[in-house]
Write a protein that binds this ligand. Structure first.
Ligand SMILES: [Zn+2]
Length: 252
């Protein structure tokens, strides 16, 4: 018997630490479910995931697998984007990246790489501000300036928009209509921005697993290990359950 066993990286599925982690997950999952329900009532119309059977997505022979949508917010960032591109490439999965305009201008090469790899580049505003607090003219600038920053690199502007902090108002909705864009919200937010660790993120997302789930993970300087590890694990586990990752594509 060796005395110096390496510390396990993953919490074993027994013991008090695991029980406490699960309890905390239940609290977070419950809180997010409540906030999502409330948000669906008060936010302007938009895409919440699920399977849109009215848009010609019926599958009478049920040959296709139920979809899931893997989305990443706040990029691009050199600590996450290149690793996610590599991971998704290896898994044959296309993701949807809600980028911040300021980061697009800072890291244009990463935007080009995302575009060339066939991922969807979407709008998460130019400066990641809390939209309802902005003047209408600033709201327009936040959306249009971000689109312009992408168009300068990929020659195509995003058509999907996810509001920073998940909140927007009627003025933002009007601006999106004018730009022929669609709001995309979320189905499962794991509070990964609080850095709970990849294990927690995976457990929280898997507890929400259902056809058409819109999964949100975050990019950023501190998120490399957590986001890349969680994305990998979620892809493998959901594939084992018979799901198929797809790009977010919403008809205008
Ligand atoms: Zn964000």
């Amino acid at each position: 018997m060796t005395e110096n066993k390496p510390k396990p990286e993953v919490i074993p599925p027994t013991g008090i630490r695991f029980q406490l982690a699960c309890l905390n997950d239940s609290y977070v999952v419950g809180r997010m479910a409540f906030l999502t329900k409330l948000s669906k009532l008060i936010l302007p119309a938009g895409h919440w995931g699920g399977i849109d059977r009215s848009a010609g997505n019926q599958d009478p022979e049920q040959t296709s697998k139920p979809p899931l949508y893997l989305t990443f917010d706040d990029g691009p960032h050199p600590n996450t984007t290149p690793y996610l591109i590599e991971l998704l490439e290896a898994a044959g999965v296309k993701g949807t990246f809600f980028l911040i305009g300021e980061n697009v201008e800072r890291y244009p090469d990463l935007v080009k790489q995302l575009h060339d790899a066939g991922h969807v580049i979407a709008n998460h505003s130019y400066g990641h501000k809390f939209m309802p607090a902005l003047k209408t003219s600033t709201i327009e600038r936040e959306i249009v300036k971000m689109n312009d920053s992408v168009a300068a690199i990929t020659e195509g502007a995003p058509t999907l928009f996810r509001p920073p902090y998940g909140l927007m108002d009627k003025r933002v909705a009007a601006c999106l209509r004018e730009q022929e864009m669609t709001a995309v919200y979320w189905g499962s937010a794991s509070e990964d921005w609080l850095l709970p660790g990849a294990d927690s993120v995976v457990r929280r997302v898997m507890r929400n697993m259902r056809p058409g789930l819109l999964i949100v993970l975050h990019e950023g300087a501190l998120l490399k290990n957590q986001t890349v590890t969680a994305a990998k694990e979620i892809m493998f586990r959901s594939r084992d359950l018979g799901y198929q990752m797809q790009k977010v594509e919403v008809p205008a």
